[in-house]
Design a protein around this ligand. Structure first.
Ligand code: 13P
Length: 255
């Protein structure tokens, strides 16, 4: 198990102010597991209020624009996220790649903009079921890593841990169908090789998170798997009850 696992909840398009009570409860529980780095990525509308109310967990955005400002109706820049209290941003989630047609190059530009603004970044990659069934999972995900990670220059001056990669097989997201641990290990190893090729020894500071139907029951097995540095959790991060169980699984044997 990773010495300092990163457990991140992605609330996607869920949550109004009433849900800040869940964030407060998650924050209180996270304080009991200092070796586990915990964060939530609520919708943009809740970032400011959530960041004001929590102290043990990070708060982040689910996307940002590559430009710092300008005529981009409906978009939010990395500097704006920082300004309202965020400390990281998720980029390249498969739902953004699909719903908004985001390319690897755009995602890389967003990741570099986020780092330049002072945010941490989680870059998401993952193959579709069709690609996996065609035996192309490693090739597809490898190309996504190569194309969407920030450049070696962009990370040269950063503290370790500012960049994470989330491996989220598209077919495991929101389906209840979790990837086999052996497949997770193989994919994380393949991703690690690409990160090492890009970053050299600075690759050590990059954690690779698994995402896709992570819940209280399967979290331990996934988090103990070789090469898994944490989890990116969707549905099971929406309540303190289910998310805290995942944080506790990450914290077991460590605190
Ligand atoms: P689920 O945990 O709901 O499958 O979502 C995973 C995900 O997409 C996190 O970013």
């Amino acid at each position: 198990m990773h010495a300092n696992p990163y457990i991140v909840g992605n609330w996607k398009m869920n949550g109004t102010r009433a849900m800040l009570a869940e964030a407060r409860a998650i924050d209180r529980a996270a304080a009991r597991y200092p070796a586990v780095q915990v964060a939530l990525a609520p919708p943009f509308t809740l970032i400011h209020a959530m960041a004001d109310e929590v102290s043990a967990i990070g708060v982040g955005g689910q996307d940002c624009h590559a430009q710092p400002k300008g005529a981009h109706t409906g978009d939010i820049s990395a500097a704006m996220l920082l300004d309202c209290g965020a400390d990281f941003v998720i980029v390249g989630h498969s739902e953004r790649r699909k719903d908004h047609g985001e390319s690897d190059a755009e995602i890389k530009a967003k990741a570099e903009a986020a780092l330049a603004a002072g945010l941490g970044v989680i870059v998401c990659v993952g193959e579709t079921l069709e690609q996996r069934d065609a035996g192309k999972a490693e090739k597809v995900v490898g190309a996504q890593v190569d194309g969407s990670l920030p450049s070696a220059e962009a990370i040269a001056e950063l503290a370790p841990g500012k960049v994470s990669v989330a491996y989220e097989p598209v077919w495991a997201i929101g389906t209840g169908r979790v990837a086999e641990v052996a497949d997770v290990i193989a994919m994380h190893a393949a991703i690690r090789l690409r990160i090492e090729a890009a970053y050299g020894e600075r690759a050590d500071g990059v954690r690779i998170l698994y995402g896709g139907s992570v819940n209280a029951e399967n979290a331990s097995g996934l988090l103990e798997a070789e090469g898994v540095g944490g989890a990116l959790v969707g549905g099971a991060s929406l309540t303190a009850e289910s998310f805290v169980a995942i944080i506790a699984a990450a914290g077991a044997e460590r605190d």
